[in-house]
Design a protein around this ligand. Structure first.
Ligand code: G4P
Length: 527
C-alpha cells in the first residue's frame, strides 16, 4: 500500500569531506528547486575550517545551522528535504546522527583529491545502515585523477560496488562534458557559474552523426572504447542493489559551474527511496501505518543564554503529525502537545499544521527531549539506529569554580543531551570524562558552560583513544572485568559499562583476557 504524500517525499543528506563541494551542490539544488534565487545564500553556513579557536565563528555557525538544518523544497511534484550536516570534521558525530534521519545520501567526491578520510568514515556509517548512496564526482573542470583509477579507488576505499551512470569526456582544460549512459545523451560543458541550463544533445547511440559535430575523432573513439570497458566491468544499473545500499550509481560534474546537477537531481528523484520502514526495538514500523511515530535526531540550544528552550528536530516515520495534538513521549511515559511546531520549507521557518513521513519538524523543547527519543500516538516504541560512536579524544573535566559545581553538572548534562559530546563517569570519585571526535568541541563546551551556565571548567587530557561498550551473557563476567580493570572502566549516560583503551593493542589484550565479554564499537548493540 502506498500513500501519495509519502511517495512524493525524498529525504536525504549531501555528505563529503570538507571542501569537496557539498555546500556548492546543496546550493545548486536549492536554485533548481526555486527555494533560493541567488548563489551565495547558504555559503555562510560554513564555519572556518582552519581556525580552531574562533568562538564567534562557532556561535555564528550554530545560529545559521538552525536555519539550514532542513532545507525543504518542491521539485517536479516531489517534496525534497535536504538535511544539512556540519562541514567541520570535529562535528562529525552530529553528521552521523543526522544520517539516521535520512532515507538516502549523495556523497560528493573531489575529482582531484579522490576519497578522503572523512568520506571513508561517513561511508562507513551509511554501510552500517545500508543507506542507499549516489556518488557525485565533482570538480571535473580541474585536472583530476584518471577516471578508471578514481573508480577503483571509490570501490576500494568506500567498500561498495559502483556503477557509472554518466561518463566524462576529458577533464580539466580538456573537459568537454559527460555522456549520459542512463539517458543516452551528450551533455556539453560550458563553464558558467550563473546559468542553470546546459546544452544537451540527444543521440540514438554512439554511432549517431550528431556526436561527430561536437567531439573530434580521438575523443569519440576514446569515449567508445571506455564505454565498452565500463559496460564490461560495471554492467548496468541495478536499482534493487542501489536501494539495498550494495551498489552506488556514479555521476560526474562540476557543481560550481552548474554542470551535471540537473541530471543528478532528475535521476535522484527517479530512483531514490521514499520513506519506507524503520526499525524500532519492539518491531519494524512502516511509513504507511496510520498511527503517527517519529524520533528526535538533533537538538539545538537557544543562542540566547537567558532562554533555556531548545529546538528538537523530529523525523516523522509513520502516520501524520498534527499541530496541537497530544503525543506520547515513550521514554518519559508522558503526553505532550506542540502548539508551535516548525516547518522548514524553502529555507524559512513557518508554523506547520501537519507533516508526513520523511518530513522533519522543529519542536520547542523546555528540556523534555534527549537525542533518540521517540514520540507515538500511545504505543511503547523506541526507534533504533541513533547510536553513540566511540569518541577519539577523552578529557577529564576539572571544576574551576567550586561554588558553581551544580551549574557545571547541569550544563554538562544538558550539553551532552544535545549531543555536543559524550559524558562518561569514572569511579572512584565520580570523575567526569568528556569524549568527542574533535578538539573544537572542548572549546565549544567550555565557552557554553561559562556563558550559558555560569560554570568554569578546564579539561585535562587523558590518554584514551577508544571506548567500547561492554556486554556479557553472564553478569559475573561483566563484574569481573569491571573489578579487574576498574581504571579502564567508566559508565555512559545511561549507566552502561564502557571500556576505555589507550590504543588498539590494549583493547585487544582486554578482549583476549575476557573472552566472555563482548566489546561493541557503538552504543547500539543487541544485548
Ligand atoms: P564543502 O561544503 O564540501 O566544504 O565545499 P564547498 O561547496 O564550500 O566548496 C569548496 C571549494 O570548492 C569552494 O572554493 C568552491 O567554490 C569550490 N568548488 C565547488 N565546486 C567546484 C567545481 O565544480 N569546480 C571547482 N574548480 N571548484 C569547485 P573556495 O575557494 O573554498 O570558496 P569560494 O571562494 O569559491 O566561495
Amino acid at each position: 500500500m502506498t500513500h501519495p504524500e509519502i511517495e512524493k517525499r525524498k529525504t536525504f543528506a549531501i555528505i563529503s569531506h570538507p571542501d569537496a563541494g557539498k555546500t556548492t551542490l546543496t546550493e545548486k539544488f536549492l536554485l533548481f528547486g526555486g527555494a533560493i534565487n541567488t548563489a551565495g545564500t547558504i555559503k555562510r553556513n560554513k564555519a572556518s575550517q582552519s581556525n580552531t579557536s574562533d568562538f564567534m565563528e562557532i556561535e555564528k555557525q550554530r545560529g545559521i545551522s538552525v536555519a539550514t538544518s532542513v532545507m525543504g523544497f518542491e521539485y517536479s511534484d516531489k517534496r525534497i528535504n535536504i538535511l544539512d550536516t556540519p562541514g567541520h570534521k570535529d562535528f562529525a558525530e552530529d553528521t552521523y546522527r543526522t544520517l539516521s534521519a535520512v532515507d538516502s545520501v549523495i556523497l560528493v567526491v573531489d575529482s582531484v583529491k579522490g576519497v578522503e578520510e572523512q568520506t571513508e568514515k561517513l561511508m562507513g556509517v551509511c554501510r552500517m545502515r545500508n543507506t542507499p548512496v549516489i556518488i557525485f564526482v565533482n570538480k571535473m573542470d580541474r585536472e583530476g585523477k584518471e577516471t578508471f583509477d578514481l573508480l577503483d579507488e571509490l570501490e576500494d576505499k568506500l567498500k561498495i560496488s559502483i556503477c557509472p551512470l554518466s561518463w566524462p569526456i576529458g577533464q580539466g582544460h580538456t573537459f568537454k562534458g559527460v555522456y549520459s549512459i542512463f539517458n543516452k545523451q551528450l551533455n556539453l560543458f560550458r563553464p558558467d557559474k550563473s546559468k542553470v541550463t546546459e546544452p544537451v544533445i540527444k543521440v540514438n547511440d554512439l554511432d549517431d552523426e550528431e556526436l561527430t559535430k561536437h567531439l573530434n575523432d580521438r575523443e569519440l573513439s576514446k569515449l567508445k572504447d571506455e564505454l565498452e570497458l565500463v559496460e564490461g566491468i560495471y554492467g548496468s544499473v541495478d536499482k534493487e542493489m542501489y536501494l539495498e545500499g550494495l551498489s552506488a550509481p556514479v555521476f560526474f560534474g562540476s557543481a560550481i559551474n552548474n554542470f551535471g546537477i540537473r541530471e543528478l537531481l532528475d535521476t535522484f528523484i527517479n530512483i531514490a527511496p521514499s520513506p519506507h520502514s524503520r526499525e524500532a526495538i519492539e518491531r519494524d514500523v512502516l511509513a504507511t501505518e496510520k498511527g503517527f511515530s517519529g524520533f528526535v535526531f538533533k537538538i539545538h540550544a537557544n543562542l540566547d543564554p537567558n532562554h533555556r528552550d531548545r529546538i528538537a528536530f523530529l523525523r516523522i516515520c509513520s502516520g501524520k503529525f498534527e499541530r496541537n495534538k497530544f503525543y506520547y513521549h515513550t521514554r518519559l511515559g508522558k503526553k505532550l502537545k506542540f502548539s508551535n511546531p516548525m516547518d522548514f520549507m524553502a529555507n524559512e521557518k513557518s508554523l506547520v499544521e501537519e507533516a508526513w513521513p520523511g518530513d522533519v519538524v522543529g519542536l520547542y523543547d523546555s528540556g523534555n527531549f534527549k537525542i533518540g527519543d521517540t514520540l507515538t500516538e500511545g504505543e511503547q516504541l523506541q526507534f533504533k539506529g541513533i547510536p553513540s560512536f566511540s569518541p577519539e579524544i577523552f578529557k577529564e573535566v576539572e571544576n574551576r569554580d567550586p561554588l558553581k559545581s551544580k551549574q557545571l553538572e547541569k550544563g554538562l548534562e544538558q550539553l551532552t543531551q544535545e549531543g555536543v559530546a559524550q559524558l562518561f563517569i569514572q569511579q572512584p570519585g565520580n570523575r567526569k570524562i568528556v569524549g568527542t571526535v574533535g578538539e573544537l568541541q572542548y572549546e565549544v563546551i567550555a565557552f557554553r558552560l561559562q556563558h550559558e551556565y555560569g560554570a568554569k571548567c578546564a579539561f585535562r587530557h587523558l590518554n584514551y583513544k577508544r571506548s567500547s561498550w561492554l556486554t556479557s551473557k553472564d553478569k559475573r563476567n561483566l563484574n569481573d572485568i569491571i573489578q579487574k580493570r576498574y581504571h579502564h572502566i567508566a559508565s555512559d549516560k545511561d549507566g552502561n559499562p564502557v571500556f576505555l583503551a589507550e590504543n588498539d593493542w590494549m583493547l585487544n589484550l582486554a578482549k583476549k583476557d575476557f573472552p566472555e565479554v563482548e566489546f561493541h564499537t557503538t552504543s547500539e548493540f543487541k544485548s
